[in-house]
Design a protein around this ligand. Structure first.
Ligand code: NI
Length: 255
């Protein structure tokens, strides 16, 4: 069965049919889902979801674009959430230079602090990095991420950057972008990376794969991503599903 390693089912785009959609996951071959926090509020929502659905696990963290909301007091609250038995990762955390706000120094500060939090709570990390490859790698090295474990989600960089990430023992999260016709660099990364280091993800409700591009995404579209990976690597679809499932269970210590 399929392991969905990155979703945001607390997003308001699921308000109309969340219950129905999530109830249909098992029958559609989705075994587990990691719901990822991206702010204090969405981390709170994630804790609610993992209490309600046995097959949903969570990640607690604040996305770089939301780090301006952090202070010592609410950071202590965030860290407490990591003690929940079904919070299996810290994330998504990292750097996003696509937007000018918040200031890069603020993003870096809280990236480091949340990496420390992962170290102290012994949890793997889910990294978000957009147009910030060099600074992300520099901080990962400085913080000795090679001694930790994690995934760079929605991987969007070159093969050369992928090699550095893989050398640190991290996984690459591959989502809908790999199905886009013009996504040449990501297709190259998928061809290059060992299947044992790839996780399947949607980042839903965002980044729906072809032919649903631009529409609301959901874990039900993961087979389209797995098919594309199978095609690129010239292997069986079932092998992609089986190995990526095993990878995610190993990383998040599930089962
Ligand atoms: Ni995300």
């Amino acid at each position: 069965m399929i392991f969905e390693s990155h979703a945001h089912y607390d997003d308001e785009k699921f308000n109309e049919d969340r219950e129905e959609l999530l109830s249909s996951m098992k029958e559609n071959g989705i075994e587990y889902i990691i719901n990822v926090g991206a702010s204090l509020e969405t981390t709170r929502n994630t804790v609610e979801l993992i209490k309600k659905y046995p097959f949903i696990y969570g990640a607690a963290g604040v996305h770089p674009s939301d780090t301006a909301e952090l202070n010592e007091e609410n950071f202590a609250w965030l860290k407490e959430q990591c003690n929940h038995a079904k919070i299996v990762a810290v994330g998504e955390i990292g750097l996003d230079y696509y937007w000018d706000e918040p200031d890069r120094e603020i993003q870096k500060k809280w990236f480091r602090r949340q990496l420390e939090m992962a170290k102290e709570t012994n949890l793997p990390i889910i990294i978000h990095s957009r147009e910030a490859a060099k600074d992300t790698l520099d901080i990962m090295k400085e913080m000795e991420c090679s001694k930790m474990s994690g995934v760079v989600h929605c991987f969007s960089y070159s093969k050369e950057i992928a090699r550095e990430i893989l050398d640190m023992g991290f996984y690459l999260g591959i989502g809908g972008v790999v199905t886009f016709q013009n996504a040449k660099a990501i297709k190259e990364v998928v061809a290059y990376a060992p299947l044992e280091k790839i996780l399947l993800e949607t980042d839903c409700p965002y980044l729906a794969p072809t032919p649903h591009r631009g529409k609301r995404n959901s874990s039900l579209y993961l087979p389209l991503i797995a098919e594309e990976i199978a095609k690129i690597k010239e292997i069986e679809y079932d092998e992609v599903i089986r190995v990526t499932n095993k990878n995610a269970k190993k990383l998040f210590c599930i089962e």
